[in-house]
Design a protein around this ligand. Sequence first.
Ligand code: SAM
Length: 208
Amino acid sequence: MDKEEIEKYAINHTTDHSETIKELVEVSEKNLEHIDMLSGRLVGRLLEILIKISGARRVLEVGTFTGFSALTMAEALPEDGELFTCEYNERYENIARTFFEKSEAGSKITLLMGKALETIPTISGRFDFVFLDADKINYPNYYEMILPRLEQGGVMVIDNVFWSGEVLDTESDKAQAIDRLNKMIRDDDSVEQVMLPVRDGVTVLRKK
Ligand SMILES: C[S@@+](CC[C@H](N)C(=O)[O-])C[C@H]1O[C@@H](n2cnc3c(N)ncnc32)[C@H](O)[C@@H]1O
């Protein structure tokens, strides 16, 4: 089975994005070189469905990029839902803010600029849904910082847990950090999890 072909097949049989999100993807593709950072339709729709079936209302995202996953999740939240998203790159911020302003769902989003390990503690309260998708080197630090603030029964989704397969043979610092987090989660009795071979690997966990 050709992995790329089957992924295309999966994408083509997954609900398409809203018009605003399609435009956001186009603008990101046109203006930026690191477009592969955008998590894409499979992960986006997975987040959206998980938010809807879990009834999440208060979401934290670490790693906004141009706002694709933030806006996708915000569209899935109820009207009184809130989403906090952390980014430190101003170039990405501009595109994200433009689309948050354009979309009705954007009013649920608060974008925090700065290093996420510094901005997350400035947000008060607890979260019932978390999407971890920023600097891989800090994945274990984010987990330790955020898990105590995740509600019981809350969900955390972590992207790029395979790091293009490098977790099997960890040479780079990033692959080592991701592998460390994967093992922390495996050995953590306070959570139950599934590691899905979707795109670059996605872990979905639930706090018991
Ligand atoms: C993989 S991209 C996020 C993609 C986005 N979630 C999506 O699906 O479209 C990771 C983002 O995290 C940001 N980032 C990296 N390190 C960060 C840090 N320490 N604090 C805040 N943002 C950071 C990067 O600038 C980048 O935009």
